[in-house]
Write a protein that binds this ligand. Structure first.
Ligand code: SAM
Length: 247
């Protein structure tokens, strides 16, 4: 529990790198969750605003909430038009029945399901929806599979996400539908290394261990036949968007 708490509050320490080094989300995932009519949407665990970007581009009005003031500082600098407040999913700093939807990108696994589900119900308007989205590296591509073997300590995959969704579906309670899509990040090798450095399990390593670990990632990218000597890599992700419609 202590390690989990340390990891979920670690994001502020690499907030400056986060928006530049993590992948965005496909517009179709947001369209699936929210439909095409402009909505008032809470982006919960909004971080530096990577999902917020896609929500705004689709015409939605966004309120951003995150535990980390460091992450929200980056969001405010990038997206000054968005109202942003520090707060947790377990105690959302918004009035009752104030949003049409609550979405979370790469964040719902950090929420404590029972108190967070009660808060989601409280802030949602009638017929509101909850949308959870995760990107997972697409390990059908050989060099991404090799990277995945190196990062085996990181236990996030679609099966884990489904467990989180099932927990929330039971707590809300809600009907669940899912859309699979994909997104590709065009990055240099050094940006791949930097992006892995923003993962909570790397950010919480001590300096020597982190340097050794990221050194092994760097060596893999320098040696693998599909990445060696390439200026720009295409890092593919599979995206799953889960729409939870409270009963
Ligand atoms: C992996 S980042 C994802 C950020 C952003 N949604 C994105 O897609 O780039 C997870 C975020 O969840 C936030 N977080 C963790 N636990 C939270 C909680 N219980 N309530 C609200 N935010 C939380 C962290 O501070 C962090 O900014």
């Amino acid at each position: 529990m202590e390690g989990w708490q340390e990891r979920r509050t670690s994001f502020g320490s690499m907030a400056a790198d986060y928006a530049a080094l993590r992948p965005g989300y496909p517009a179709e995932a947001v369209a699936f969750l929210l439909g095409n009519r402009p909505r008032r949407v809470l982006d919960l665990g909004a971080g530096t605003g990577l999902l917020t970007d896609v929500l705004l581009a689709a015409g939605h009005q966004v309120v951003a909430v995150d535990l980390s003031s460091g992450m929200l500082d980056q969001l405010r600098a990038r997206l000054p038009q968005v109202v942003a407040a520090v707060g947790g999913a377990e105690r959302i700093p918004l009035p009752d029945a104030s949003v049409d939807a609550v979405v979370a990108g790469q964040a719902a696994h950090w929420f404590d399901p029972a108190p967070a589900a009660a808060e989601l119900r409280r802030v949602l308007r009638p017929r509101g929806v909850v949308g959870f989205v995760w990107n997972t590296r697409d390990e059908r591509v050989p060099w991404v599979a090799a990277l995945g073997r190196l990062l085996a300590a990181e236990a996030r995959d679609h099966a884990a996400d489904q467990g989180v969704v099932a927990r929330f579906a039971a707590e809300l309670p809600a009907e669940v539908t899912v859309l699979g899509s994909a997104v590709v990040q065009r990055v240099t090798s050094e940006q791949v290394v930097g992006g892995i450095g923003t993962r909570s399990y790397v950010a919480t390593m001590d300096d020597a261990r982190r340097a050794d670990f990221l050194g092994r990632v760097r060596a893999l990218l320098a040696e693998h036949p599909d990445t060696r000597g390439r200026d720009v890599l295409e890092l593919p992700y599979r995206t799953r968007a889960y729409r939870l419609r409270p009963r």
